[in-house]
Design a protein. Structure first.
Length: 174
């Protein structure tokens, strides 16, 4: 299921701003957020760094746009919802496919006022659809997020069975 057009964070961007955003995503996934600079982004695009500011006022503005893009894509990636098992599998797959974008979208501060109104709720609504209860939905999301981070960081103990742990999560919330 695609994101409703009115929530699409790139709908109002110019074609050039979309190119900048796409390049920022490449640099983000390759190098990580802490290494991404406006200069490294300009180098990726083959342009002068000051010209980036025509499209994004600051690195923070670029960060917010990347987070909005992540919310859109992750929300699309876990739909349609057909139960807890499919939801957590899709959530895990989306995060694993775009680990740096996932980290950026789920860590640090979030300027909710800069996001398209309703995008964050739409992105997270599959958890409510799967559980039927807002508190249970938050608990499921928190557990899935924690497990994703443990996997991305290679922090499950040696010899553990992450698949069995994911199955246990599904059993608990399913």
């Amino acid at each position: 299921m695609t994101c409703p057009e009115e929530l699409d964070p790139v709908r109002l961007l110019t074609p050039r701003a979309r190119e900048v955003l796409a390049a920022a995503r490449v640099v983000l996934e390759r190098d990580g957020w802490d290494t991404l600079t406006m200069r490294s982004l300009a180098d990726e695009l083959g342009i002068a760094a000051p010209s980036l500011y025509k499209h994004f006022a600051s690195k923070d503005a670029l960060r917010t746009q990347l987070i909005a893009l992540a919310l859109k894509e992750f929300g699309e990636g876990v739909r349609p919802v057909s139960g807890v098992a499919a939801l957590v599998r899709a959530y895990r797959d989306v995060a694993a496919a775009h680990p740096q974008l996932y980290r950026l979208a789920t860590s640090g501060s979030l300027d909710r006022d800069a996001l398209p109104p309703g995008l964050e709720d739409w992105s997270g609504s599959p958890f409510l659809e799967a559980t039927g209860d807002p508190h249970r939905a938050q608990a499921l999301w928190a557990a899935a997020h924690g497990m994703v981070i443990l996997e991305l960081d290679g922090r499950f103990p040696t010899g553990s069975a992450p698949e069995a742990t994911w199955d246990e999560l599904v059993t608990h919330f399913g």
